[in-house]
Write a protein that binds this ligand. Structure first.
Ligand code: FE2
Length: 426
């Protein structure tokens, strides 16, 4: 058989023989051992791990790569970040946002991230941010999937024009209804914002993804309302709570009840480990809380968890290269997810489980799925996380989008030059 792309000797299941993957017209058409196929292009995977691309379910493309403009976040808090962004967003043009976001997308592709759910701030009266990110979504469409969430950064009730602008953003083509209940003036207004926004999503047949309870305050329980409104409107499987950091600080008895409700509502959780570990706990003396939601307990309750990167070099987080292996690595540390099964689950939270939250179709490595792959310089997911493995190839619909030379380090030792083997114990 003749095909467009043939990937040879791919490791797609741990401790199983490698396979060849045949791709035609952007789809996987056959998978098997030593297939007798000829191809326009052949990629030798050399027994390395081949998986579907990384999916980032929580990002801010409008603010990315703006750190330092107008100045750096000194306190490291969420609130100083919101203040700095508030100053920048009044001055920046759509062209500037597009330039920064497109630069980030190049990093994403290089790191194997081919799906990004980005919140877009709808609190600026001119909706420059929306105009810019709609352009980015369109320009990048052949290369990656971008979903946009209408995000009322300054509050849905707290900011008088937010309702009208959120509707306008959705009319312009933004995909998902966002919210920020913990930032409303009162707990009650926070809850009412969740009720109003879920009703809006149900009326329009849209998904919901709210920044929810991004605080150390154990009394912040908006996720409870989000879950119950999800049940009321029959939105199961289409709603996500991003961050949910207050769950870290809640009383264990209440947390147990709440996790059962989240599971019943089939609401997904999107923790953002790099950001949660650095923004939360800022008002603590010692001990300082980790500020990460209860990932282990969520998994135990059957709640789907996707990890997000959230920020790269913006007013809230001054580091990052959009590497989802770094995100999984931090989740394992901050969430104490060090059992082998938990580390494998962490890899799922940036691939398959995240694709479910995103709603991606034909995602995976079986016949009929999209011919989208990353080939990592590692034998399995745990080694990939351990080494933050080099992304040797990033492939979309059967076309190579990015290629990076394997990491190879030579050392001089005892009069000899040798290559360092980083393959370790996994
Ligand atoms: Fe966020």
């Amino acid at each position: 058989m003749h095909c467009d792309l043939l990937i040879k000797n791919a490791q797609i299941a741990e401790n199983q023989p490698t396979v060849d993957i045949v791709c035609t017209d952007g789809k996987i058409t056959a998978i098997g051992n030593a297939l007798n196929a000829t191809a326009e292009q052949t990629v030798e995977a050399n027994g390395y791990w081949v998986s579907p691309p990384f999916v980032d379910c929580h990002f801010h493309l409008d603010a990315t790569l703006s750190a330092g403009n107008p100045r750096r976040n000194k306190s490291g808090t969420l609130l100083e970040g919101i203040q700095l962004w508030g100053e920048l967003k009044r001055q920046q043009t759509a062209a500037e946002i597009v330039t920064r976001a497109m630069r980030l997308c190049r990093w994403s592709i290089a790191k194997g991230v081919l799906a990004i759910r980005s919140h877009v701030d709808v609190s600026d009266p001119s909706l420059t941010t929306v105009e810019a990110l709609l352009q980015v979504r369109e320009q990048m469409r052949p290369y990656m999937d971008i979903q946009l969430v209408a995000f009322p950064q300054d509050g849905y009730f707290r900011d008088a024009g937010a309702h009208a602008r959120l509707l306008r953003a959705l009319d312009m083509g933004v995909d998902i209804v966002g919210g920020i209940p913990h930032f409303e003036r009162t707990m009650q207004e926070g809850n009412e914002s969740v009720v109003a926004l879920c009703r809006l999503a149900a009326e329009r047949g849209l998904r919901v993804d709210m920044h929810c309870d991004e605080t150390d305050d154990p009394q912040s329980r908006h996720i409870e309302t989000l879950a119950s409104e999800t049940i009321r409107h029959g939105l199961a499987g289409r709603v996500s709570g991003s961050h949910l950091t207050s769950l870290h600080s809640m009383d264990n008895y209440y947390a147990t009840k709440l996790l059962t409700l989240i599971a019943e509502a089939n609401v997904a959780a999107i923790p953002n480990p790099l950001i949660n570990i650095t923004l939360q706990g800022r008002q603590d003396t010692y001990p300082k809380r980790r500020g990460l939601t209860r990932i282990k307990e969520m998994w135990a309750n059957g709640i789907n968890v996707a990890f997000g990167h959230d920020c790269v070099q913006d007013p809230w987080y001054s580091l990052g290269t959009h590497d989802m292996l770094e995100v999984a690595h931090m989740a394992i540390h901050a969430g104490l997810l060090t059992a082998p099964e938990e580390m494998r689950h962490a890899y799922e939270a940036v691939t398959n489980d995240a694709a479910t939250v995103f709603g991606l179709e034909n995602y995976g490595i079986k016949e009929g799925d999209n011919a989208d792959f990353i080939i990592l310089q590692a034998k399995n997911p745990i080694e990939a996380i351990c080494n933050r493995a080099t992304r040797l190839f990033v492939i979309r619909r059967g076309h190579i989008l990015a290629q990076t030379a394997p990491l190879e380090t030579q050392i001089q030792l005892m009069g000899k030059t040798e290559k360092v083997d980083f393959s370790g114990t996994w």
